[in-house]
Design a protein. Structure first.
Length: 522
């Protein structure tokens, strides 16, 4: 049963689902079940305890810990108290966490005991004016409710609206500080309502599905999958960490039908012993996205998992996905595997340049208008105005749309290289380089060149034991791309710097080559 028309807020979701699904398992974490009834009563207890402790509508409640049934109860409990959950990436360093705390200024900071070791360094410079709660695994609800008298499991007497901001997710910040993206209830329900109204079954998700959540909920993809699965009344299996062997066991054990992964997860899964003989017969759909994927990896994954593959494209600012390359589109022209798909129901996409819209096949900035878009950035009005323009999210991605309406993402605009008057998008070159069997990882950057203005340089991590040379890489690229896109130089490195979200820090890679220059382009 799809209750999406009856559920429009995080606060209201547990109550509606409890009435319909009651003792059915809503969550399974490390083989421990939480029913829809328990989701309702537990989140009510937390909400009342937070209110009793002085939390008022609009307050931030921060969380640092692995995904668990209790982190989910906190999410819904905070929403019922009309607070905003700030789920912090536990892979971040102490200074990064300290920045987010200073920026969000939460009323409470809940920290799983495993991560308490970072607290002294996090607070060494500027102690935050907040209440710190360190709890052991499985002890969050009891601690909050015992400390604040939260024995009341009735629904708080508050009114909730679809426009209420319920989550604040911090972008990864490859340059500068991360920004707090303010997400209202509509970010989690509006797109689903549009699909429902269009009779779009998307991945065939129903209350009989079993959803395996591998992407952490501090990312919009993981959080959206969690909320969508619960809203449908299906059972969600929550992985506290991504452990390939455990995933291989969980899929047949729970008869998982749908899961979401980023390409790097798919790559690791395919190298896990037992993957080729594992039972994937229950799987109906794998949703992937978040970073580029090579055609070779995608085709191998499709063959091994034997289910429908759905690529999604969107940003935290668009409330997760805005476009989708559906399962049937994976069997069209081979070049379509590089596409991000078509806009989903209720979503508009246009390609623009400085003079306005551009025609099919022409590269420009991708702009998205979605009913699930963010409310804005936290305390950054200028950045909000730059990104949200007349309801359109300026993605910062360069791309084009073909005659059939399929969207192709070329690269981040800021990463574009202009060489001899030609626009070069590193992502296209990187995908070709990564398709070489002796390449583990690759990044392409623009470096100053007295003749060309800028020139493309490839930085490559070789497969252990490989003796591949720069000339081999150049030859491999030249066979697939135009000559002006071929990097002028190739360097081999041991590893590429990445942030906590796994994105390559190209600013750091470019820095040594541009030092002492007033302009960062030539």
């Amino acid at each position: 049963m799809d209750l999406i028309q009856d559920v429009t807020t995080l606060a209201g979701l547990p109550r509606v689902l409890s009435k319909v699904h009651g003792t059915k398992a809503a969550l399974i974490v490390q083989d421990v079940q939480t029913t829809f009834d328990a989701l309702e009563t537990g989140s009510n207890r937390i909400a009342n305890a937070l209110i009793q402790a002085g939390v008022v509508p609009g307050d931030r409640v921060a969380f640092l810990g692995r995904d668990s049934s209790e982190s989910v109860l906190l999410l819904f409990g905070a929403a019922k108290a009309k607070a905003v959950t700030v789920n912090i990436n536990w892979r971040l360093g102490p200074d990064e966490i300290a920045y987010i705390l200073a920026d969000a200024a939460p009323r409470f900071f809940f920290v799983e005991a495993e991560f308490a070791r970072i607290l002294p360094k996090t607070f060494q410079n500027e102690p935050a004016l907040l209440e710190l709660v360190v709890f052991p695994p499985g002890g969050l609800v009891d601690h909050v409710c015992t400390t604040n008298g939260g024995t009341d499991d009735s629904t708080p007497a508050l009114e909730y609206a679809p426009t209420d901001v319920v989550a604040q997710i911090y972008t990864s910040g490859t340059t500068g500080h991360p920004k707090g993206v303010r997400l209202p209830n509509t970010s989690f329900f509006a797109l689903s309502q549009e699909m429902h109204a269009s009779c779009d079954t998307w991945v065939g998700w129903t209350d009989e599905s079993v959803s395996l959540i591998c992407v952490p909920a501090f990312h919009i993809a993981g959080l959206w999958q969690l909320v969508r699965g619960l809203a449908l009344g299906c059972t969600s299996i929550v992985a506290r960490t991504f452990e390939p062997a455990a995933i291989l066991r969980a899929i047949p054990k729970y008869r998982v039908t749908v899961t979401g992964m980023v390409p790097s997860m798919l790559a690791v899964m395919l190298t896990e012993p037992g993957c080729l003989t594992a039972d994937f017969s229950s799987l109906k759909a794998i949703v992937y996205g978040g970073s580029p994927i090579s055609a070779a990896l995608l085709e191998k994954a499709m063959k091994v998992f034997g289910c429908g593959f759905y690529q999604i494209y969107g940003l935290t600012e668009t409330g997760n996905m805005a476009a989708c390359l559906r399962a049937e589109d994976h069997f069209g022209p081979r070049k379509r595997l590089r596409s991000a798909g078509k806009p989903l129901p209720g979503v508009e996409v246009k390609i623009i340049d400085e003079d306005g819209n551009v025609g099919p096949g022409n590269v420009g900035q991708i702009a998205i208008k979605s009913p699930a878009a963010m409310a804005g950035y936290w305390n950054l009005p200028e950045a909000t105005r730059e990104t949200l323009v007349d309801g359109w999210v300026m993605t910062g991605d360069a791309g084009y749309m073909d005659e059939e309406g399929f969207i192709y993402v070329c690269d981040r605009i800021k990463d574009m290289i202009i060489s001899a008057g030609e626009n070069i998008y590193p992502l296209e070159i990187e995908n070709v380089i990564r398709s070489h069997t002796d390449v583990v990882d690759a990044a392409v950057i623009g470096v100053p060149n007295d003749v060309w203005g800028e020139a493309a340089k490839a930085l490559i991590v070789r497969r252990p034991g490989s003796s591949i040379r720069a000339t081999d890489i150049i030859r491999h690229i030249r066979m697939q791309l135009a000559e002006f896109k071929v990097p002028k130089t190739v360097d081999f490195v041991d590893q590429l710097p990445r942030n906590a979200a796994g994105k390559i820090l190209k600013t750091k890679l470019r820095e040594p080559f541009w030092q002492g220059r007033e302009r960062r382009v030539s």
